[in-house]
Each structure stands twice: as structure tokens, then as C-alpha cells.
Design a protein around this ligand. Sequence first.
Ligand code: T46
Length: 135
Amino acid sequence: MQPSSEGLVELRTLRDVRGNLTFIESGQDLSFAIERVYFLHSVPEGSERGGHAHKELKQLLVAVCGSFDVILNDGTVTKTIRLSDPSKGLLIESMVWRELKNFTDQAVCLVLASEQYDEADYFRNYDEFLIAVKD
Ligand code: T46
């Protein structure tokens, strides 16, 4: 698994007349073991998620339905990636500020995470994140 420069990972997908099957295995498609799975769904129009960074957590995001924008900021460079293809995952490393917005109706964001939920792993203040990331 080699992410593109944008962090996009091509997920193995079997396509036949019955439809598509995409699968993800730790160690093969992901460099980390999956410790947690969660998904964002029923996101109201105009709603935004994220607005934080993680000290250690790594995650793979997949738009399994619909589409949305992910804005990533490593403290220096900001980039926007629109996720819309269930056969592509976006790898977000630790110490990257992320915001998710412009969800389409019925969009679902599946997240595979390297750690269990731990509020102490979050930077929820952008200035504190900037100080830490520049250290
Ligand atoms: C990310 C984006 C894509 C839990 O109790 N367990 C969990 O696994 C998670 C993710 C959250 N929570 C609690 C913590 C908060 O009280 O749920 C509440 C909302 O969490 P948060 O504001 O962090 O949700 P999002 O959608 O803004 O961000 C989440 C992830 O936290 C984040 O890592 O990249 O989804």
C-alpha cells in the first residue's frame, strides 16, 4: 500500500456483474492495525466535522456513500481533497489538522483508526496545534 502524494490509497476492489466489493486488511492495505471503526452519517446540509488534529492517531477515511471535502493542514501546507470514490481511502497521519465539510445528502464517512478513542490525543485548539507541530 503506497499512498499518493495526496494521501490517497487505492483499495482492492472486486468488480463483477453483481456489484463491487472493496476490502481493507491491516498490514496489506493499511500500515497500522485497526483498533477502532466509526462512521459519520446523516450529516445535515452545511454541517462541518473535524476541526482538530491528533497527536498519535492515524486514520483512513473512505466515502462509502456520497461525497465530502477533507481539508488537511500540516501546519505549513493546506490542501483540500474531495472524497467520492468508495474504492479510494484517504490516509491521515498524526499531527494533521482536519476539517470535513460540504457533505452531500446521505454521505457516509467510514473511518478506520489506529487507536481506540482517547480525548487526550486531540488538539482541539488550532494555536496549540501550531505550536506543537512547529516544535
Ligand atoms: C476525525 C473525524 C473524521 C467518541 O466517544 N468516540 C469516538 O470514536 C469518536 C470519534 C468520538 N467520540 C465522541 C467525542 C465527542 O464527544 O463523540 C463526540 C464527537 O466527536 P468529534 O467532535 O471528535 O467528531 P468529529 O466528527 O468532528 O471528528 C471525528 C474524529 O474525532 C476525528 O478524528 O478525523 O471524525
